[in-house]
Ligand binder design. Structure first.
Ligand code: AMP
Length: 216
């Protein structure tokens, strides 16, 4: 199964993708995570992407489609993937269609996580992840059961993204509305667009996604 989670920064794509990965064995392909690894490893792509990401702008379509195409060829993707953060432009969506056709794969559904911009700054600036296993948390909305200890792996070091600042979120939201939101009619036209209420609590959003998956 190939799913796309589409939504603004802070809509909850990463949180729900992790849950889908844990429950259904689908692989979460987060292009943001891939780029952050490339930046920390200092690869050629990482060097190109670093400043763009810090501004909150989008990395070039060629780089992004190359990364996703290579990743889809890895054997673990044969069970199915959740695309989290890709595609983000019409050019990427078109490139995805042709690469999936070449690879004899097909897109099952695009799930829009509908949110209201007013909550997104608080969601984005409060989030952090376990430095050991990558589990996601939030200062207010998703705290670990024991303060300072990761629920998943017991780790006690956490990190925050350098682009999760109020200033950068504004630019990222603009990119979302200008470049990514036009994908909604694109996928609606193909008859595969579904919606969930991204404003609801995390557990409720998971239930809504699970209900949709029963019909896919
Ligand atoms: P994310 O973790 O999805 O919020 O992505 C973090 C940053 O990585 C974005 O603000 C962009 O700079 C870059 N990025 C991630 N995915 C894409 C993509 N599909 N196209 C262009 N830039 C991307």
């Amino acid at each position: 199964m190939i799913l796309i989670l589409l939504g603004a920064p802070g809509a909850g794509k990463g949180t729900q993708a992790q849950r889908l990965q844990d429950k259904h064995g689908l692989i979460q392909l987060s292009t943001g995570d891939m780029l952050r690894s490339a930046v920390s490893e200092g690869t050629e792509i990482g060097l190109k992407a670093k400043a763009v990401m810090e501004r909150g702008d989008l990395v070039s379509d060629d780089i992004m489609t190359g990364i996703i195409s290579d990743r889809l060829d890895q054997p673990d993707c044969t069970n199915g993937v959740i695309l989290d953060g890709f595609p983000r432009t019409e050019a990427q969506a078109e490139a995805l269609d042709s690469m999936l056709a070449d690879k004899k794969m097909s897109l099952n559904a695009v799930i829009e996580m509908k949110t209201d911009d007013t909550v997104l700054v608080e969601r984005v600036t409060g989030r952090y992840t376990c430095a050991n296993c990558g589990a996601g948390y939030h200062d207010k909305f998703l705290k670990p059961a024991e303060e300072g200890v990761c629920d998943k792996c017991g780790g006690n070091e956490f990190s925050r993204r350098s682009d999760d600042t109020a200033e950068t979120v504004t630019t990222r939201l603009q990119s979302y509305h200008n470049q990514t939101a036009p994908l909604l009619p694109y996928y609606k036209g193909k008859g595969i667009l579904k919606q969930v209420d991204g404003m609801a609590e995390i557990e409720e959003v998971t239930l809504q996604i699970e209900a949709l998956l029963k019909n896919i």
